[in-house]
Design a protein around this ligand. Structure first.
Ligand code: RP5
Length: 175
C-alpha cells in the first residue's frame, strides 16, 4: 500500500488494455484530476487486486475505473470489495470482440453495481468519473462544462465548414 493520495484509481487486467484505459487517463489529465494506474487481474492475481482496492480506499480514491477483456470479472470483483463507485470498461479482445466482456461487466447481481460504459469506452469512463467527482468539486464541474461547450462549438464549426465546402470537398480535406 502506497501513501500518495489520489482521486481515481485506474485498474486494468493486462497491459494489452492500456491503450483504451489511457483514454480515461487523458480525460482526467485534461480536467486536473489525480489518479494512479495499476495492472492487476481478477483471475491471475486475485490477491494483488484486493490489495490495490485497499490502497485506493486508504489513499482517498473516490471513483475506480476498471477495464478488462474476455471473461472480464475485474470490475465486478473490485465492486464486491468496496463501496467506492466502480466504472467498468469492457475491452475488445478475443473471438467475441468485447461482447463477452460487456456482458460480464454489465450483468452484475443486485446490490453490487458496476457503471458500465461501451466496449472500448475508455474516454467515457474518464468523463463519467469526472461527473461523479463534480458533485463534490465545483472546479471539476466548471472544467466539464467548458469541455461540453467546446464539443458543441466543434460541431457548429464543422457544420459551417460543410455549408461552405460541400460534402465532396469536405471529405477530400478529411483525408
Ligand atoms: C483479460 O484478458 C485482460 O483484461 C485482457 O483484456 C485479456 C487478455 O490479456 P493478455 O493475455 O493480453 O494479458 O484478463
Amino acid at each position: 500500500v502506497s501513501s500518495e493520495k489520489y482521486q481515481v484509481a485506474i485498474i486494468m487486467g493486462s497491459d494489452s488494455d492500456m491503450p483504451i484505459m489511457n483514454e480515461a487517463a487523458k480525460v482526467l489529465d485534461a480536467l486536473d484530476i489525480s489518479y494512479r494506474a495499476f495492472i492487476s487481474s481478477a483471475h491471475r492475481t486475485p490477491k494483488k487486486t484486493a490489495c490495490i482496492v485497499q490502497d485506493a480506499e486508504q489513499n482517498g480514491a473516490e471513483v475506480i475505473i476498471a477495464g478488462a477483456g474476455l471473461a472480464a470479472h475485474l470490475p465486478g470483483v473490485i465492486a464486491a470489495l468496496t463501496v467506492i463507485p466502480v466504472i467498468g470498461v469492457p475491452i475488445k479482445a478475443g473471438a467475441l470482440n468485447g461482447v463477452d466482456a460487456l456482458y460480464s461487466i454489465v450483468q452484475m447481481p443486485p446490490g453490487i453495481p458496476v457503471a458500465t460504459v461501451a466496449i472500448n469506452g475508455g474516454k467515457n469512463a474518464g468523463v463519467l468519473a469526472a461527473q461523479i467527482l463534480a458533485a463534490k468539486y465545483p472546479v471539476v464541474k466548471e472544467h466539464l462544462l467548458r469541455m461540453r461547450k467546446k464539443a458543441a462549438e466543434d460541431v457548429v464549426n464543422k457544420d459551417v465548414k460543410l455549408a461552405q465546402l460541400g460534402m465532396a470537398q469536405y471529405i477530400k480535406e478529411m483525408q
